[in-house]
Ligand binder design. Structure first.
Ligand code: NAI
Length: 480
């Protein structure tokens, strides 16, 4: 029986391995992690991450051919194929701080593999890594090889949180990069045969190692660039009276452009886009490609601009101050259908409002109070380290209240900011919300999900990103 071990039981390792176990009953899959609490949760009733469809897949395979364990060394030594799906945070200190990927966790995983292995291994990069990481990993492994043959493959993951199971069951493509040698080809074929259990052959793309590594960074950069492009347009729409939804619909109809990822919003978030672009920027700079680096940097700058612009819009609409005012925050996760808050724009928006001394009542259907308090007090980039290495939960902020109901969050507030596009926010009884708010009552829709006309009829002053402005807002321009 082929044995697979995945190091890192996170948002990528957990769902990816669960789907491999589901689709390949003849393969034994072990997912290992240094975080005891994560593994305990994977083995319990409440999985450590929320992802539609994940529960069912895990319950179907767990204990049969899918195992979660903290016995990292045992499973690594027994495995034929080892996926490494550990954190690759942005460095906060030293060379490349604020941009380069921190490969500490990757290196320690590689050294551990070298220490405990007794048979030949295929080591698969699942984490998103800088180009040429495979070479570094290869060096660590071969310098400690004790006659063992290691083949390194790059197999970046393209799943999107919120639709991870669907993406894994029916991927647009699976990308496998390997050495262009006979042994490299054999390793590629071995991994290909795993995916071939359910992915059509024409969707499995094989390349050299460096193309595979760079393709993942490039894909995330392109996706984020689309969002920043439409967000840049949204500012222009507000200034000119155009409607960003109409513009993106018209633009997206062009088959050369396509309709996806063209929704204007308060900004992109998630653990990957910013981190991977910063990493790309750093690699460009290291190769002396400053024009290319600056081009990609701008994608992040526009994203920051969009978040600032939103905060300024809230403050300027409310008579230029939110000091002591109560504001409801609906949605804290970086997108709907996930509880993940890493780099969520809600963090920057909340911090901006708190900086102006607002009082916030926050509701998200999938994010805990502890997580929200941690996020609002954590330093930039701390969030991307394993949980047990993150700062412990600080004392709760007095100005922040976390509640379990949207109506409760909105009660007695002056304004309401929608920061995640959860479906339930589309169907709230906004008349009831309005009746329980202070007047004038504002809605700032950071995801363009509410029916603006309907809300205006109820009596709200509504700001919807990139849409023609309410007369009230026209008189209070907000420049970021
Ligand atoms: P995560 O933080 O959810 O999971 C990483 C896990 O690795 C943690 O549970 C941590 O405790 C564990 N870990 C760290 N060092 C370890 C070691 N030496 N031994 C055993 N376990 C160790 O991270 P996530 O989101 O799963 O991301 C992993 C990688 O995949 C990152 O490089 C990320 O950029 C990439 N990626 C993430 C996607 C996402 O949507 N979250 C999508 C595609 C790629």
């Amino acid at each position: 029986m082929v044995k697979i071990c995945c190091i890192g039981a996170g948002y990528v390792g957990g769902p990816t391995m669960a789907v491999i176990a589901l689709k390949c009953p003849s393969i034994e899959v072990a997912v290992v992690d240094i975080s005891v609490s994560r593994i305990t949760a994977w083995n319990g009733d409440h999985l450590p991450i929320y992802e539609p469809g994940l529960d069912e897949v895990v319950k179907q395979c767990r204990g049969k051919n899918l195992f979660f364990s903290t016995d990292v060394e045992k499973h690594v030594s027994e495995a034929d194929i080892i996926f490494v799906s550990v954190n690759t945070p942005t460095k906060t200190r030293g060379l490349g701080a604020g941009k380069a990927a921190d490969l500490t966790y990757w290196e320690s995983a590689a050294r551990m593999i070298a220490d405990v292995s007794k048979s030949d291994k295929i080591v698969v990069e699942k984490s998103t890594v800088p180009v040429k990481t495979a070479e570094a990993i290869e060096r660590i492994l071969t310098h400690n090889s004790k006659g063992i043959n290691y083949q390194i493959l790059s197999n970046p993951e393209f799943l999107a949180e919120g639709t991870a199971i669907q993406d894994l069951l029916s991927p647009d493509r699976v990308l496998i990069g390997g050495r262009e040698t006979t042994d490299g080809q054999k390793a590629i074929d071995a991994l290909k045969s795993v995916y071939a259990h359910w992915v059509p052959g024409e969707r499995i793309i094989c390349t050299n190692l460096w193309s595979a590594e760079l393709s993942k960074l490039a894909a995330n950069a392109f996706l984020a660039q689309r969002i920043s492009s439409v967000n840049a347009m949204s500012a222009l729409c507000e200034a000119t009276g155009a409607n960003v939804s109409q513009v993106s619909h018209a633009v997206g109809k062009d088959t050369r452009i396509g309709p996806k990822f063209l929704n204007a919003s308060v900004g992109f978030g998630g653990s990957c886009f910013q981190k991977d672009i910063l990493n790309l920027v750093y690699i460009c700079e290291c190769h002396g490609l400053s024009e290319v680096a600056n081009y990609w940097k701008q994608v992040i700058k526009v994203n920051d601009y969009q978040k600032n612009r939103f905060v300024n819009r809230v403050v300027s609409s409310m008579f230029n101050t939110v000091s002591g005012k109560k504001i409801a925050i609906l949605g804290f996760a970086f997108k709907k259908d996930t509880g993940d808050t890493r780099e969520t724009p809600a963090i920057d928006v909340c911090k901006g409002l708190l900086g102006d001394k607002a009082h916030l009542s926050i509701y998200d259907p999938q994010v805990t109070e502890d997580q929200i308090q941690r996020d609002l007090s954590m330093n930039k980039f701390d969030w991307d380290h394993p949980i047990h290495l993150q700062p412990t939960s600080p004392t709760s902020m007095k100005q922040v209240r976390v509640v379990w109901d949207a109506y409760e969050a909105a009660k007695d507030t002056h304004g309401l900011c929608i920061l995640t596009e959860w479906d339930e926010f589309k169907t709230l009884d906004y008349k009831r919300v309005f009746d329980n708010m202070q007047k004038p009552a504002f809605v700032f829709d950071g995801r363009n999900i509410v029916d603006v006309e309907k809300l205006r009829e109820i009596g709200f002053i509504v700001y919807s990103i990139g849409k023609p402005l309410d007369p009230w807002l026209k008189d209070t321009p907000a420049v970021a």
